[in-house]
Write a protein that binds this ligand. Structure first.
Ligand code: UDP
Length: 252
């Protein structure tokens, strides 16, 4: 489809002006990055899979009443989304210790946490997205106390939905990251889930084998990333019908 002006280019996605005011087109690239873009590669078919998977999760969230930016998928790599103002935070929800939490606290990866733990990083690539306490967020005006209460409630709802969906297909949701956007309806501001939800931003482990089915496969050189994402898509019944990812091998 004819695209509007490029608005923003990120590491894994590009945003273009949408057909109507207040809309954008989100294009999913095949680029994979890790460690604040120190490690880079092009992973054939990743963008197609993430476009589908993010559609699947956002539509599911929508159907259980969790507001988000997704409007509709346009083609293999593009989706129409609602334009919003991104709150400059990465909202991380953890059910099991892994990644930076395990490193920081010396807790073995895969240890069940006593309850879901939410943490926030300030979105700034130059600073390496530092972890920040809620007090900084409010003091620096990145979000208000009311926003933070709403963000925590949204994050927990996303966690319940995602954990349940994943459990249903034999996958443990270890942790994930979401981003939140502001939209205005007249004078009224609302917070919605934005960006993407995909194996790029979640940790997903097979319940039986513990096999990793997420971006750690790329970060830690554990195998073929497209195969891992294809497996997640296959289990969820979300497989593209043509395009690069359709032909890749499914791992069991
Ligand atoms: N995450 C993400 N983008 C980031 C940082 C983290 O999507 O810039 C996700 C990551 O995939 C994982 C969760 O957030 O599912 C927690 O990541 P963690 O803080 O453990 O950081 P990492 O070990 O990935 O550096």
């Amino acid at each position: 489809m004819a695209r509007g002006k490029k608005i923003y280019e990120g590491k894994a996605k590009t945003l273009y002006e949408g057909p109507e005011p207040g809309t954008l087109i989100q294009y999913f690239k095949d680029d994979a990055t890790a460690f604040n873009a120190e490690k880079k590669a092009v992973v054939d078919g990743k963008g197609v899979l993430n476009n589908r998977l993010s559609e699947f999760f956002m539509e599911g969230l929508n159907s259980v009443g969790v507001p988000n930016h997704f409007i509709k998928r346009l083609n293999m790599r593009e989706q129409l989304i609602r334009q919003c103002e991104i709150v400059p935070l990465e909202v991380i929800v953890r059910n099991y210790a892994a990644g930076s939490m395990s490193k920081r606290l010396g807790i073995e990866e895969g240890t069940r946490l006593p309850r879901p733990i939410i943490e926030f990083s300030y979105k700034d690539d130059d600073l390496g997205d530092p972890l920040v306490p809620e007090e900084y967020i409010i003091a620096f005006g990145w979000a208000s106390q009311q926003d933070m209460d709403d963000i925590v409630a949204l994050a927990l709802r996303v966690n319940d939905f995602m954990s349940g969906v994943m459990y249903g297909v034999g996958i443990k949701l270890i942790d994930f990251k979401i981003e939140i956007g502001r939209v205005w309806e007249g004078d009224f501001m609302r917070l919605i889930v934005a960006d993407e939800i995909s194996p790029d931003s979640c940790r997903l482990w097979d319940i039986e084998s513990g096999q990793k089915l997420d971006k750690d496969v790329f970060r830690r050189d554990l195998g073929n990333l497209t195969d891992a994402y294809t497996e997640v898509a296959r289990r969820l019944g979300v497989l593209p019908t043509n395009g690069p990812a359709a032909n890749s091998t499914v791992i069991n």
